[in-house]
Design a protein around this ligand. Structure first.
Ligand SMILES: NC(=O)c1ccc[n+]([C@@H]2O[C@H](COP(=O)([O-])OP(=O)(O)OC[C@H]3O[C@@H](n4cnc5c(N)ncnc54)[C@H](O)[C@@H]3O)[C@@H](O)[C@H]2O)c1
Ligand SMILES: O=P(O)(O)OC[C@H](O)CO
Length: 312
């Protein structure tokens, strides 16, 4: 049976995912302006509109694909215009701006009572998925009875969706790996070598697990595709915008202007860690670098001056 899927945001990832699931579904993209909708329409055949009420009308599934900057406003629009029983998923990774709320906390607070919502997150570059290359992602929802119907609408041979009830863990993994990817980029931008990068990624994973579990996630999730899987991808591939941002920061070059969710996430993750009493030296170092409080070599020296601690 064909489903109507509204994808809110026609940027790189929303478009790539829409392309991957277009068969057997009617896809309707919402973009912020007519010009953006027309530009996105050049990518592949689907419905495109800049009227969000139009996109949401009669939707069987909603997928939010905007960056965190627009996430809160999109939730408000969904409340106003979407059928109340329609599940709301998102591809966005990070914290809501100006605070330290992960996206599932924002959805729980802002969406109408009883709403079904969740995240699709894992190692997946839009550029790969748009070319039909295989990817595996976690699919997490707040109502476990909805996992199977949502998975049925989206799962494909080359877009594998692994269902889980651990929404907090999936959201934490996607948000925190971006901060560590900036750190890995800084490390390589400073030419510190592959050994240092491996140590940084491993210690970064430790911070992700400690903080992610303090925020309600499961350790298994953070060691799975939505945690370590995404961490490995973003820390090691130059396709990652977070890693590229870190490379420029470490080499003290001009910073790229692309969507880079790790920038806002570093400050938010640091606030969460302080609130939860979790030690987060790498996250703090990234935030200090971004705030201009430390230079790359000062941040490195601060991390290297720490006493070695188990578990490693
Ligand atoms: N690109 C990828 O490979 C990839 C993969 C997985 C997850 N993600 C995540 O998906 C999200 C979107 O990333 P992207 O790569 O598509 O970014 P993008 O920059 O290509 O697109 C972002 C979209 O968000 C919209 N947007 C930005 N600010 C907005 C606002 N204030 N109000 C309404 N709309 C707004 C833009 O118009 C654009 O359509 C990010 O959270 C990113 O971390 C991206
Ligand atoms: O390009 P990045 O760093 O935003 O990463 C994109 C995806 O999150 C990778 O899974």
């Amino acid at each position: 049976m064909s489903c109507r899927i509204a994808i809110l945001g026609a940027g790189a990832w929303g478009s790539a995912l829409g392309y991957a699931i277009r068969q057997d579904n009617v896809i309707c993209f919402w973009a912020r302006s007519d010009a953006a909708a027309n530009k996105a329409a050049e990518r592949f055949e689907a419905q495109y509109t800049s009227d969000i009420a139009d996109a949401l009308k009669n939707a069987d599934l909603i997928i939010i694909a905007v960056s965190t900057a627009g996430f809160g406003n999109i939730l408000t629009q969904i409340n106003c215009h979407a059928p109340s029983s329609c599940p709301v998923m998102w591809l966005t990774k990070g914290f809501l701006p100006n605070g330290d709320r992960l996206l599932h906390d924002a959805a729980a607070e802002q969406l109408n009572a009883g709403a079904c919502f969740g995240a699709i997150s894992g190692p997946s570059f839009a550029a790969d998925v748009a070319k039909g290359r295989p990817a595996a992602l976690a699919l997490a929802v707040n109502k476990t009875n909805m996992l199977e119907p949502v998975q049925k609408m989206l799962h494909r041979k080359k877009l594998r969706l692994y269902p889980t009830a651990d929404l907090a863990g999936v959201c934490a993994g996607g948000a925190l790996k971006n901060v560590i990817a900036i750190a890995a980029g800084v490390c390589d931008g400073m030419s510190l070598g592959a050994s240092a990068r491996a140590a940084l990624i491993t210690r970064g994973l430790h911070e992700m697990v400690m903080l992610g579990t303090a925020l309600g996630g499961n350790s298994d999730t953070l060691h799975g595709i939505a945690g370590v899987g995404d961490l490995l991808l973003t820390c090691t591939s130059d396709l990652s915008r977070n890693r590229r941002f870190g490379l420029a920061l470490g080499a003290e070059k001009e910073l790229p202007a692309n969507t880079c969710e790790g920038v806002n996430a570093a400050a938010a993750a640091r606030r969460c860690a302080r609130r939860c009493g979790v030690e987060s030296p790498i996250i703090n170092a990234v935030d200090d670098l971004l705030q201009g409080v430390l230079s790359p070599s000062e941040a490195m020296n601060k991390l290297l001056a720490r006493p070695p601690q188990f578990p490693v």
